[in-house]
Design a protein around this ligand. Sequence first.
Ligand SMILES: Cc1cc2nc3c(=O)[nH]c(=O)nc-3n(C[C@H](O)[C@H](O)[C@H](O)COP(=O)(O)O)c2cc1C
Length: 307
Amino acid sequence: MELWLAPLRGVTIRAFREVFLGPLVDAGFAGAVAPFIPANPGIRVTDRMLSDLVPGENGPDGGATPRIALVPQVITRHPDAMRTLLRGFRAAGFDCADLNAGCPFPMIVRRGRGAGLFKDPALLESLLAAGCEEMGPGRFSLKIRLGLEKPDELLALMPMINRYPLAFISVHARTARQRYEGNVDVDAFRAVCEVSSNPVLFNGDVDIESLPDARNLPGLELIRGFMIGRSFIRGLGRRVDAVELLSRYVDRSCAELPGDRPVLGRVKELVSYWRESPVWRRLWPLLKVCSSVAELRMLFKRGCHVR
Ligand SMILES: Cc1cc2nc3c(=O)[nH]c(=O)nc-3n(C[C@H](O)[C@H](O)[C@H](O)COP(=O)(O)O)c2cc1C
């Protein structure tokens, strides 16, 4: 069973993947799909555009911990622009890439990107064809939902998707309309799995701490593995070294970002996933109102004592 880290824009960014590399490796992740990069007409691939992908010096511990695979992701409705970005990925040393066909946010969907691709299967097919051609067989993957409105829309697209030799399809087992609400639909997911000629990863609400139970769910015996996001991130807050790791995350972020504001935004976004855990339940209300990095650091000192 393969385990992949789900992309979470603003959270599973490079600084996160590097600072939390040890826990990622310990949890058994084979790789991570990076948060999406848009490809619009007239795109010019710059170093800045790829800055979330290019590895830092040597990871947090001088390279002692093995790295995990990283797959860049594109969001687009323009096959030619996507080709340009994929060539940029290849030039930067990446030999695999992923297409985001699952993002449920209304502005994205209205513009026909992310889950909006359900509205135009011919365009989705052109993107799959272009992706497989640029990256090569088994080197392009698709991240998708069960449908835009209804959970059987992906199933209807499977004969088309099966024509392309993908690395995998990761399926968030909800519709885009559900966003992140309501239950995942394991039956609809199983129907997709049964007809897929490509490996399938199950995604959506999988609790990394009860993976053995998830593996036994009926219908999941056909899958290649799981893609997991939020439960892994939540679990980091329960680690005894969470404060220490977070403090490193702040250091990394300060080195990367201009000024306190974006650093605070980034850190608060991560810690918002931890606010139910015992230590952070007390620290979160204080952290939420921090207005400088110096205040944050004072709080971390306190955090070390309240454990
Ligand atoms: C804040 C946030 C950002 C996300 N960013 C992306 C993204 O960049 N690309 C993508 O394909 N999915 C994105 N997703 C969806 C996740 O990859 C994943 O499909 C979803 O969280 C369900 O998995 P989980 O329950 O294991 O977290 C995002 C989700 C959240 C909550």
